[in-house]
Design a binder for this molecule. Structure first.
Ligand SMILES: *Cc1c(COP(=O)(O)O)cnc(C)c1O
Length: 366
């Protein structure tokens, strides 16, 4: 048996007529750039979340950059973010002119530890970027309380967490603004790079719209960048959106089955779901002290796994200038050697999941 990490072709086949029709409509209208397809998806995503504004852009990384420029980041401004994420979260802080300040994570959720954030706030801190890693919201209430106390903004990085909730509220509505990625493998994915930012702040949304489109078409009130959602991607996203809730539920069912069937397998620690949150399982990330050997065993059985991510962000060469040691981030630094993301995607069959579980059990029974 061969089990891929995700199967985008299976997803395409599952709704092929809808996707083919969406793509054909864009071609027929030549609606490749700034067309009704883009406006329609922006409205649909804003309505889905219950936010005032959705500003689409070329990818989730640009969304972070655009927002930080819109929030007026100045040289020397410090932005606090998590030691455990994809580098998009931190590299955009630097690109927007700020200084990255990394924080350790919580041991069970892999999300930013609010107590660690509190300890890193200085008079130069201007904002916090929590990441809802794997699809589970970070602990937002204490973060928002810190933000209010110190007059900071909070951008939620929701790239992995479409439709996840915290205390009954959707991620993307909890901070001052939020970013989403629609990279093909994300829970809602286009057929290439795509992303957006959402906010209830009308000034920030209007500024971001201008900035992402060369500072305004035919009326350049400022210099901007070219970061657009293509019409084809917008139409694909609109066609997929009605299926997102069902796909999310299927991810949650598969995750629950993994957790049930992996009980007692070696030293495997399955993902913890906090009682006040829902987890949308972009990633089903287990922990084991025998990670590398287990990974090699699964690979030999035809099972693809991924390390999300191989190192804590502050320990990559890109951040060598910060001169951090693993001891500065004891939890994130420990997790990097133990985490392993197992295959999980809505089209995964129960049979495939059982094969992954049996292969893991076989490893520990040796
Ligand atoms: C995917 C991802 C991004 C970046 O999104 P792109 O669309 O690939 O630019 C940012 N943050 C996190 C946590 C991600 O997983």
């Amino acid at each position: 048996m061969k089990i891929p990490f995700v199967d985008l072709y299976a997803q395409y086949l599952s709704i092929r007529p809808e996707l083919d029709a969406a793509i054909a409509a864009v071609i027929k209208e030549s609606g490749f750039v700034r067309s009704r397809f883009v406006d329609e998806f922006e409205q649909q995503w804003a309505r889905t979340l219950g936010v005032k504004h959705c500003v689409s852009c070329a990818n989730g990384t640009d969304a972070l950059y655009i927002l930080m420029r819109g929030l007026g980041l100045k040289p020397g401004d410090e932005v606090i973010t998590t030691a455990h994420s994809w580098i998009a979260t931190s590299e955009t802080i630097t690109q927007a002119g700020g200084k990255v300040v990394f924080c350790d994570t919580e041991d069970d959720t892999f999300t930013i530890d609010p107590a660690a954030v509190a300890a890193k706030i200085t008079p130069r801190t201007v904002g916090i970027i929590p990441v809802h890693l794997c699809g589970q919201p970070a602990d937002m209430d204490p973060l928002m309380a810190l933000a209010q106390k110190h007059n900071l903004w909070v951008i939620e990085d929701c790239a992995q967490a479409h439709l996840a909730t915290y205390k009954g509220r959707l991620v993307g509505t909890l901070g001052h603004a939020a970013t989403f990625s629609f990279y093909p493998g994300k829970n809602l994915g286009a057929m290439g790079d795509a992303g957006c930012l959402v906010t209830n702040d009308t000034r920030l949304a209007e500024w971001s719209t201008l900035f992402a489109r060369h500072g305004g078409k035919g009326d350049h009130v400022m210099e901007g960048i070219n970061s657009r959602l293509d019409g084809l991607h917008a139409a694909v996203l609109s066609a997929k959106l009605p299926h997102l809730a069902g796909w999310t539920q299927r991810r949650q069912e598969l995750a629950a089955t993994y957790t049930m069937k992996l009980a007692g397998a070696g030293d495997v620690r399955c993902p913890v779901i906090r009682a006040d949150r829902t987890h949308v399982f972009h990633l089903y990330m287990i922990r084991t002290k025998q990670r590398d050997a287990l990974r090699a065993h699964l690979q030999a059985r035809g099972i693809a796994t991924v390390l999300n991510y191989p190192r804590a962000l502050p320990l990559y060469p890109a951040y060598g200038y910060l001169k951090h040691q693993p001891a500065d981030f004891p939890r994130a630094a420990t997790h990097q050697g133990e985490i392993l993301s197992l295959p999980l995607y809505p089209e995964m069959t129960g049979e495939a999941l059982d094969y992954v579980v049996a292969s893991i059990r076989e490893f520990y029974a040796r």
